[in-house]
Design a protein around this ligand. Structure first.
Ligand SMILES: Cc1cc2nc3c(=O)[nH]c(=O)nc-3n(C[C@H](O)[C@H](O)[C@H](O)COP(=O)(O)OP(=O)(O)OC[C@H]3O[C@@H](n4cnc5c(N)ncnc54)[C@H](O)[C@@H]3O)c2cc1C
Length: 381
């Protein structure tokens, strides 16, 4: 049997590793557009961007032989023929018995794409040298990547303008109160916030905002989120709806699976989700590898993400929605902010500011959708 994985990022490589760990003895082919060995993306907006540490590779070069992997880097897949069971590359069709789609996501762009984006190692290596003391950066989009780049740039004494059409950073996901804390964090470090205003026009070095402000900058970073990389699957017959539509174990069609940022999985409750978190990509890879080998076991752990901004590690567990009720607490001897999210009085998620131990304490209560009062009692106990 041949398993073909398209996309040599986190989810793709971890699927290959999980298949071998589970004793898969067939042929494994991994096709990736980038020329680099699979690497870790989170450091690209943190240590690597600041120049503090080199890129982090997901597997040491010397360990690839153990995987018995036909790894073809610099290979872009342009189509899928479900009837033929092949994908299309410039070097010709590549056949599969089982296909795993792991092509991640692509940054949204401003009209004309005047600025830079940060998704790949090459993007990071292009941006990092521009972050020199005294330089001015205009970051469009106060999501996780925009906020992290703002923090990394401030660490390099770069002047930062952070622009978002929404009134608070991350407000769409984390709501008003946590959004305000994040805004305060950045303002306290000297970031110029331009919130509730869009970009009316942009060039490589100028942003004209819809409130009339004009910002002359040395570099523009477009950090307005991503769209799943499904262009190569158009017309293939797979269902695409902001991601490859899959069941609860990542199956999109007979012998076709999807993992990571590109995948939209059923949640078992009539809904679906697409997650753009490191831990979800890893968990989905393990789930799909097991399912390919006949063991269909949906992920039951709540989603986890983290974000490093200045000396704060933001950590979220569970599925927060901006219209959830939010109870802000201060926890531990250092009074660290922690937000409890709930619906109908039942705990849905938690977000902590450098309060990891408290966040993880609530895992079972989130899974059980326990009353918020139980969470408060546990945190105080
Ligand atoms: C700068 C940055 C910082 C992040 N920080 C955090 C963090 O702090 N915490 C957190 O939880 N998450 C973070 N994330 C998110 C996390 O890294 C992603 O969720 C994770 O990388 C998703 O893995 P993936 O394999 O699905 O996609 P990717 O890692 O994007 O891998 C997909 C691969 O597929 C390749 N590909 C795409 N199309 C094709 C094609 N047609 N043919 C062949 N190959 C193709 C791409 O080139 C890419 O190498 C961050 C992401 C970025 C970009």
């Amino acid at each position: 049997m041949r398993v073909l994985i398209v996309g040599a990022g986190l989810a793709g490589l971890r699927t290959a590793e999980a298949l071998r760990d589970r004793g898969f003895d067939g042929e494994l082919v991994l096709l990736g557009e980038e020329v680099h060995l699979p690497y870790d993306r989170p450091p690209l907006s943190k240590h690597v961007l600041r120049g503090d540490r080199p890129p982090v590779y997901l597997r040491a070069e010397g360990d690839y032989a153990d995987l018995r992997l036909d790894l073809r880097l610099g290979t872009t897949v342009t189509g899928l023929d479900m009837a033929d069971r092949t994908v299309t590359t410039a070097a010709g069709p590549v056949a599969f018995d089982e296909l795993v789609v792991a092509t991640g996501a692509t940054p949204r762009r401003l009209p004309g794409a005047p600025g830079q984006v940060l998704r790949t190692l090459d993007d990071c290596l292009g941006l990092a040298p521009l972050l020199v003391p005294g330089a001015v950066i205009g970051v469009v989009g106060a999501g996780l990547i925009g906020c992290e780049v703002a923090a990394s740039a401030r660490a390099k004494d770069v002047e930062v303008h952070l622009v978002d059409v929404l009134p608070k950073p991350l407000v769409r996901v984390l709501g008003d109160q946590v959004g305000q804390r994040i805004a305060d964090l950045h303002e306290g470090r000297g970031v110029h916030l331009h919130l509730g205003t869009g970009v009316a026009a942009a060039t490589r070095t100028r942003l004209e905002l819809s409130d009339g402000t004009v910002l002359d900058v040395d570099v523009v970073l477009e950090a307005m989120g991503v769209t799943p990389a499904t262009g190569w699957l158009e017309g293939s017959g797979l269902e695409l709806a902001d991601g490859v539509v899959c069941d609860q174990v990542g199956q999109a069609a007979e012998g076709v699976w999807a993992v990571g940022d590109v995948a939209r999985w059923a949640d078992g409750l009539g809904g679906s989700f697409r997650r753009e978190h490191w831990t979800s990509a890893t968990e989905q890879a393990a789930t799909v590898a097991a399912a390919i080998l006949g063991e269909r076991q949906p992920v039951t752990t709540p989603p986890y993400w983290w974000s490093d901004q200045y000396d704060v590690k933001l950590q979220g567990l569970g599925e927060a929605h901006s219209d959830d009720d939010v109870l802000m607490l201060e926890v531990g001897p250092k009074s660290r902010p922690l937000a409890l999210y709930s619906r109908d009085g039942r705990l849905t998620a938690v977000v902590g500011f450098s309060a990891g131990a408290f966040v993880f304490k609530l895992k079972d209560l989130i899974v059980a959708r326990a009353p918020v009062a139980d969470a408060v009692a546990l945190l105080k106990g």
